[in-house]
Write a protein that binds this ligand. Structure first.
Ligand code: MSP
Length: 530
């Protein structure tokens, strides 16, 4: 079914409130990967969107005194505006209230009822409203109201007739699949968590809500379903990954992109993606995505950043203060993929000054300044010409390491979702560039004899080649900065026309006229202390 398109998704974000740093994080990671694959010359389909049904949204809308659809319509532009501010290059934005989605969900429901994978039963137990999760057994502390085992908020006791989706029937198959495909759930710690969970029998999933209790959802089509039910929000939302590519219409132009290569998610939504979703797909007779990659949380003072905890950091404020690329860089550099991280403006400030202004910004600025000074801004050609013997001064190329091999190491890091390592590699190269300048002392060479001038030529030509490659390698992370670098280096055409494998190319910059501009990361005024 699948064509060669790299199809990747973010979760669909709840529209109960505008987006915060946690949502920005998943989406920036997806964007970095999308850009990386595009540079590799692969067609990419990058899907994001919003999850608009369910009790959480109905309650938020009621609190705002608005009908849920109007409430959602007013929140959604906050997401698209943030994605624009963050330079997110998504290809499609799906809303679960769109007809293309609701009709797909209804088709899946009808198919699964007909195949016997959905059945009518009675649910008895606890229910967590904010998480929309049933908890058949909750152990309460004596004298205290029972709370949700996951989010620790109070749960309600309910008993009602509902539709259920068979999970237990498929448990042995799912375990086998996860065991057979080592990279299906990444990182390994999350894979082990799911395998441990699948060790014990699964409760079938309650996938309906009586409209008497919840009206804001996709109606379960009646017939064949009994009247008066809407679809559980998770069952509805997960299906977006196939409705966006046309399900159930397998003739849809996008359908060949299924299965997705990657679902990017946070650790709080592992179970729906690693248990419910594969079973839903299998029951529908559809192939499974290649990988579900799971990241950690951004914490504030040890607590998950979330609207309900009231500790959110507004991404727009941080972007206004530090710029979009510093923000993107920080999110991926500060914390290894899969781990939790703590957000603080001080940590971002430190990275801005040390890594961006001092290391990267300074390297670009000083190289371009020397090029202006010693070569009138025209990049010299240091390639040995064919047939001409190398002069005796020529040192082995290895005295400056970043080159073809760097791109290979970076690719491995991207393929392993090890973005922090990719940036560590790049900053090791940047450090090496700065150290090489200090060691070679072009300002001394410039005053020397002909041999020294040849060495000066070689040093600056090599540095320019490296900066060109660096612009390409950095593009997935910091597209605006890379494009500025491209322009300042005087490189022709668009950076996006360069292929990853050709990022580093000996002599690629020879003859270019640079256009030195302002420093890429201007020094920031120290924040006044009260
Ligand atoms: N609507 C569901 C997902 C349905 S997917 C078919 C949902 N939405 S959410 O808005 O609550 O969260 C979406 C994503 O944001 C999740 O991947 C979640 O992990 C991520 N984050 C929300 N807060 C976060 C942090 N504080 N830190 C990092 N990411 C977190 O769940």
């Amino acid at each position: 079914m699948s064509d060669t398109t790299y199809y990747l998704t973010t979760p669909l974000y709840y529209v109960n409130a505008p987006p915060h740093l946690g949502h920005a994080y998943t989406t920036v990671i997806a964007d970095v990967l999308a850009r990386y694959h595009r540079l590799r010359g692969q067609p990419v389909f990058f899907l994001t969107g919003t999850d608009e049904h369910g009790q959480k949204i109905q309650q938020a809308a009621a609190a705002a005194g608005k009908p849920p659809q109007q409430f959602a319509d007013e929140i959604v532009p906050n997401f698209s505006a943030l994605w624009t501010a963050l330079n997110i290059s998504y290809d499609d934005f799906i809303r679960t209230t769109e007809p293309r989605h609701t009709t797909g969900v209804q088709a899946a429901l009808v198919q699964l009822l007909a195949s016997g994978d959905i059945y009518l039963g009675t649910y008895e137990g606890w229910y967590c409203v904010p998480d929309e999760t049933f908890w058949p057994n909750v152990t309460a502390t004596p004298g205290q109201a029972p709370v949700c085992p996951e989010c620790r908020r109070p749960v309600e006791r309910i008993s009602e007739k509902n539709y259920f989706f068979r999970l237990e029937k498929y448990r042995p198959w799912l375990r086998q699949h996860i065991q057979a495909y080592e990279t299906f759930i990444q990182p390994t710690s999350r894979r082990n968590e799911v395998l441990a969970f699948l060790h014990r029998p699964l409760q079938d999933l309650c996938i309906s809500r009586p409209t008497a209790r919840l009206s804001w959802g996709i109606p379960m089509p009646s017939p064949p379903f009994e009247p008066g039910y809407v679809t559980y929000v998770w069952f509805d939302a997960l299906l977006n990954y196939v409705t966006a590519v046309g399900y159930p219409d397998t003739k849809h132009a996008r359908w060949p992109s299924w299965p997705a290569n990657l679902h990017l998610i946070g650790k709080d939504i592992l179970r729906p993606h690693a248990v419910y979703w594969p079973i839903m797909l299998h029951a529908l007779g559809l192939p499974l995505p290649t990988t579900v990659a799971v990241h950690g949380w951004w914490l504030i003072e040890g607590e998950k950043m979330s609207k309900s905890r009231g500790n959110v950091v507004d991404p727009h404020a941080v972007i206004a203060e530090f710029g979009v690329d510093a923000y993107r860089y920080f999110l991926l550099r500060e914390v290894p993929f899969g781990h939790d991280g703590t957000f603080s403006e001080q940590a971002l400030e430190k990275r801005y000054t040390a890594d961006l202004a001092n290391d990267l910004g300074n390297l670009v600025y000083r190289v371009l300044t020397m090029l202006e000074k010693y070569f009138s801004g025209i990049v010299p050609n240091a390639q040995p010409r064919r047939g001409i013997a190398l002069p005796a001064y020529e040192e082995p190329e290895e005295d400056f390491l970043p080159g073809l091999g760097t791109g290979v190491h970076l690719s491995k890091a991207f393929d392993a979702y090890n973005f922090q390592f990719a940036l560590t590699i790049l900053w090791a190269c940047i450090d090496q560039g700065n150290a090489w300048i200090d060691q070679k002392k072009p300002w001394v060479l410039a005053k020397g004899d002909e041999v020294a001038m040849q060495e000066l030529t070689r040093v600056l030509a090599r540095l320019l080649e490296f900066l060109r490659a660096l612009a390409v390698w950095l593009w997935p992370f910091m597209p605006t900065t890379s494009e500025k670098m491209w322009e300042q280096l005087g490189c022709p055409g668009n950076i996006t026309d360069v292929r990853w494998s050709e990022a580093w190319k000996a002599g690629a910059t020879a003859g270019q006229t640079i256009q030195k501009g302002l420093p890429l990361f201007p020094r920031r005024e120290p924040t006044p202390t009260a």
